[in-house]
Ligand binder design. Structure first.
Ligand code: AMP
Length: 310
């Protein structure tokens, strides 16, 4: 099942209560690609970097099953750069710097070999570019999942809404759902957002898990209580990569299977936050992933309450 992913491949500089990093490899498409690669290979990436991006980093993606034919390298230009600082409880973060660089005039060219796309993941990126990718696919994919962030709501809300109208599943965090809908209640926000186009909505709530909405149904997946959370960067993208990777591998987009995909995505995200950047996603085993999924199942397993007898 061909999975195409678009998003940033970037340099990040991160500051958490546990330490600081200088420019390390990050970006939405990087996290999505690595995460999805544990379910399906190849993951066909459409992205752009500058000539400051090391060949060894591209090789690392390739070694993990990421097809980089659609990765453009712009000579004499700099890669997208993002810098963020986390609060002490790691629940909120401040964007310190967003330098679009190569992204400013990115033309997402799809190689012919990507036209068999059945599952399309629109990772966080300019909404106009996300839309262009949908338009450039000759056949509409079976499922289009989109992720975005407050940055694009602040600078390109109208463009964003036009793109949102075209997708099947939208994945955002709780703050973003409130900003997009103008509603504080997430249930009301979900109704309003689903009226904008997507049939499914995922609202991520960081350490409080994720909600999946479809019509009047709501599914809740917890986040695993972890002893150590080091760096939440990329958790949302890793979740999205796990979610769409699972759906592509099983080729089943029923609501029931989406619930399993949400658990798989949550398990992948729980690994991501254990180390800085992409480090923890580079060497996972299927056994570790399955054991983590079992931990999720155990976390919420309970016998139905027995009726109280008067
Ligand atoms: P997440 O923590 O899942 O929200 O994703 C963090 C990743 O998103 C980082 O690796 C950044 O490079 C990337 N990122 C940050 N801001 C943007 C933006 N405005 N557009 C696209 N990607 C971004």
């Amino acid at each position: 099942m061909s999975l195409v992913v678009i998003g940033t491949v970037a340099f990040d500089a991160l500051e958490t209560p546990f330490g600081k990093t200088d420019k390390i490899v990050g970006g939405a498409a990087t996290y999505i690609g690595l995460s999805a690669s544990y379910s399906v290979k190849p993951v066909k990436v459409v992205a752009v970097v500058g000539d400051d991006f090391a060949q060894s980093d591209i090789l690392l993606l390739q070694e993990h099953g990421v097809d980089t034919e659609g990765l453009q390298i712009k000579q004499g230009e700099k890669s997208f750069f993002w810098s963020g600082k986390y609060s002490n409880d790691l629940n909120s973060r401040e964007t310190l710097v967003t330098e679009l660089n190569v992204l400013a005039d990115f033309d997402p060219i799809l190689p012919d070999s990507y036209q068999d796309c059945k599952y399309l993941m629109l990772g966080n990126l300019t909404p106009q570019i996300q839309r262009l990718v949908i338009q450039r696919l000759v056949n509409r994919p079976k499922l289009i999942v989109m992720d975005t962030m407050n940055f694009w709501m602040d600078v390109a809300m109208d463009e964003l809404k036009t793109t949102i109208e075209m997708v099947d599943v939208l994945s955002i965090n709780d703050e973003e759902a409130r900003q997009l809908s103008g509603q504080h209640s997430l249930v009301k926000a979900a109704k309003i957002i689903m009226e904008m186009g997507p049939k499914y909505l995922i609202i991520k709530k960081g350490e409080h898990g994720a909600l999946l909405f479809h019509k009047n149904q709501i599914f809740f997946a917890p986040a695993l209580p972890l002893e150590e959370v080091f760096d939440p960067t990329g958790a949302g993208d890793t979740f999205a990569g796990g979610f769409i990777g699972y759906l592509a591998a099983t080729d089943d987009i029923s609501f029931e299977n989406m619930k399993r995909a949400v658990i798989h995505g949550s398990a992948m995200a729980s690994f991501c936050v254990e180390k800085f950047g992409t480090e923890r996603l580079l060497n996972l085993t299927q056994e570790e992933i399955e054991a983590r999924e079992q931990q999720f199942a155990d976390l919420v397993a309970v016998l139905p309450a027995t009726a109280t007898v008067a």
